[in-house]
Design a protein around this ligand. Structure first.
Ligand code: UD1
Length: 336
């Protein structure tokens, strides 16, 4: 079985390629290195002993996309990660986000129809729920007005996939990720943010490594036990494994509906200060942080109801918060 992984050199993509190869799949990657490094290809090869196929082009380029699919006609399924993901940047450059994230998806699906590739796994996000009214949030919760163009591209992409599935032979699974963190146990691959990180975990590890002076904890007046915001952090290796199960479900035709949606989280919420405490515990260090005001656009709390993924996919997150912080730190140390 051959699986195309778009964005396969990125953070979640690279971990998924490793798990796919370990499960016996042939993998071909398309990645234009817009937010990744070519060295990741060697790291994947080092971990698995198998060099995946690799193509460098922009999937929003219709001609390049058509050419790729015409020359590679033995693909059984596609896991589509390639997208821009910086929330703040998307507010300033909305057209760049809509064009890149949606045109690439539509180009891929056009070619899936032309070349009879039936199976698509899409990386969606819990961002589509906004601040849910009921926690833990289930897949049936209403999707709310997106807080950013980035969030809106995820919501629109889900709609585009759903409409296309109903009008064609395409089968799709959207995985709504909660907050992916951590790194591969080898510390060869992990999250490589460009510039100043926006996300909590890379900011913590870079602060501990002395690259950033201090972590700002955004807000302590939320309606939570310690006043800081709560998220459902999930180890990237657990998240990667969910993709292997999802793509197998499609290629083996075990899906129950042509379009299915699963929450992929642990089901546990941790506050910002609980993540900091876990980091301090596993690294036996003190982190330099200060409490500042809330960050615009942040929600108060969200964590997943994972019953559907647990029961229907037979998938469950296995790694706890301390394994997440420990592996993120191990990766940070290996970067030096
Ligand atoms: C954000 C996006 C989400 C995206 C995800 C991964 C929003 C509303 N959501 O999630 O759509 O999929 O990134 O890129 O933007 N925090 C600090 N200090 C920091 C950084 C973060 O206190 O320096 C806090 C935040 O306020 C939040 C938590 O840590 O409470 C997690 O933040 P972050 O890692 O940025 O993820 P989200 O904002 O949840």
């Amino acid at each position: 079985m051959k699986i195309l992984v778009t964005g396969g050199l990125g953070y979640i993509g690279s971990h998924t390629v490793v798990e796919l190869q370990s499960a016996g799949f042939d993998v071909v990657i398309i990645d234009n290195l817009s937010n990744s490094k070519i060295e990741v290809l060697d790291k994947i090869t080092q971990i698995t002993g198998i060099k995946p196929g690799y193509f460098n082009f922009d999937l929003s380029n219709k001609t390049a996309c058509e050419e790729f699919f015409s020359n590679n006609n033995n693909i059984d399924g596609i896991i589509h990660f390639a997208a821009y993901k910086a929330v703040g940047e998307s507010v300033n450059k909305p057209l760049m986000y809509y064009r890149n994230n949606l045109e690439s998806l539509m180009n891929i699906m056009d070619n899936m129809n032309i070349h009879n590739i039936a199976n698509l796994v899409f990386s969606s996000s819990c961002t589509v729920y906004g601040q849910p009214d009921v926690l833990p949030v289930t897949e049936q919760a209403p999707r709310k007005q997106a807080e950013s163009p980035y969030g809106n591209t995820k919501k629109m992409a889900e709609d585009i996939i759903q409409d296309t599935v109903y009008s064609s032979d395409l089968k799709a699974i959207a995985l709504r990720y909660f907050n992916p963190v951590g790194a591969h146990p080898t510390a060869l691959i992990g999250e490589l943010p460009l510039g100043v990180p926006n996300n909590l975990m890379p900011f913590i590890t870079q602060t501990a490594a002395g690259i950033r002076e201090q972590l700002s904890v955004f807000g302590e007046d939320y309606d939570t036990a310690d006043g800081t915001a709560i998220r459902d952090y999930i180890h990237v290796v657990d998240l990667a494994k969910a993709h292997i199960i999802a793509v197998k479900r499609l290629v083996e035709k075990n899906n129950k509906l042509d379009y299915e949606i699963f929450n992929i989280g642990t089901g546990n919420g941790y506050s910002v200060l609980e993540v900091v405490k876990s980091f301090e515990r596993v690294t036996n260090t003190k982190l330099n942080y200060k409490i500042v005001g809330r960050r615009e656009g942040d929600i108060e709390k969200v964590w997943a109801n994972t019953d559907f993924a647990n029961n229907e996919l037979g998938w469950k997150a296995e790694k706890d918060i301390d394994e997440m912080t420990a592996s993120a730190w191990k990766f940070q140390l290996a970067l030096k």
